[in-house]
Write a protein that binds this ligand. Structure first.
Ligand code: C2E
Ligand code: CA
Ligand code: CA
Ligand code: CA
Length: 279
């Protein structure tokens, strides 16, 4: 006679068990990292194709693990999102960005405008606006010195909820960019419904242009769509001179990628800003 229900029999798979242990270890390491603020923020310039008095940069988080060294966001952001830790990590990134902006302003050097990535879990966190207001006012930073990058997948299920949060950020003075545009398989209707200032063409479309004629057509169509909606256009992942000249020929407003500058630590960024090479 069977002792256990037939559907509950599971075969023990050591590979799966090992992965689960890894994951739990990762989660507890990450909890510690949040508590001990083991994150560092690097900044990648977004170069304007027109004259600009402020340097625009994107804040990209790195985890400075005590024994493993730097860990890239792709290795921990999804766990941080699933566990909700992204909310605290996001606050730490915004705090670093605000400190940088305020210090730079005090030094009288060229202004910085910092773009911060927002995950969907942050966007729909009921306290987001309150917490962001606190962080900004603590550092004397105005929302107009910030930009928020949100992927379109964040809007798919709930355009109305997204509209509430984005409109509040926008009316405080911040700009809103759609990140990884074109990769979220969503309808385009949100573009007209949400207060979006900027569209970032995903690196996947920038790859291989102009000789990849399908990608070249897509970049051209995205740039023209965004401009007709009076939005500005940023191309990300620009790695070659050919890509850069093709994309500036499409009238992209900003270009970002290894061809111009990699993400850099705060002190390297300050050297870069003060060198004036970006102007
Ligand atoms: P993303 O927002 O699309 O950021 C662009 C990624 O492409 C960055 O990777 C950047 O270092 C990389 N990149 C920039 N230029 C080039 C290039 O020319 N070629 C190539 N191959 N790559 C380039 P990173 O820093 O590893 O970040 C990966 C993703 O992690 C980001 O993608 C973003 O989705 C997420 N992330 C990073 N920081 C944060 C954060 O503070 N909060 C949240 N919620 N997500 C973040
Ligand atoms: Ca981004
Ligand atoms: Ca992106
Ligand atoms: Ca991305």
């Amino acid at each position: 006679a069977k002792k256990y229900g037939k559907s509950t029999i599971r075969h023990y798979d050591p590979a799966i068990a090992a992965r689960q242990v890894d994951r739990l270890q990762r989660i507890s390491d990450l909890e510690k990292a949040v508590a001990e603020q083991q994150f560092e923020v690097h900044y990648q310039p977004k170069l304007s194709t027109r004259r600009s008095h402020a340097l625009h940069v994107e804040a990209l988080v790195r985890w400075h693990h005590p024994s493993e060294g730097y860990i890239a966001p792709t290795a921990f952001i999804s766990i941080a999102e699933e566990t909700g830790m992204i909310v605290d990590i996001g606050d730490q990134v915004l705090t670093a960005a605000c400190k940088l902006i305020a210090n730079q302003r005090k030094s009288g050097a060229p202004a910085l405008r910092v773009a911060v990535n927002l995950s969907v879990q942050q966007l729909y966190d009921a306290n987001l606006l309150k917490r962001f207001e606190d962080i900004l006012s603590r550092h004397g930073v105005h929302a107009s010195e910030l930009e928020f990058e949100v992927t379109e997948s964040a809007f798919i299920n709930n355009v109305d909820a997204a509209k509430g949060v984005l409109s509040a950020l926008k009316s405080a003075g911040a700009s809103i960019a759609v990140d990884d545009f074109g990769t979220g398989y969503s309808s385009l209707s949100y573009l007209a419904k949400l207060p979006i200032d900027t569209v970032k063409i995903d690196r996947a479309f920038v790859q291989g242009v102009p000789s990849d004629s399908d990608n070249a057509t897509l970049c051209k169509a995205i740039a023209s769509l965004a401009h007709s909606l009076r939005m500005s256009v940023v191309a990300e992942g620009v790695e070659t001179k050919q890509q850069a000249s093709f994309l500036s020929g499409l009238d992209c407003d900003q270009l970002q990628g290894y061809y111009f500058a990699k993400p850099m630590c705060e002190s390297d960024l300050l050297d870069y800003v003060n060198s004036g090479d970006w102007q």
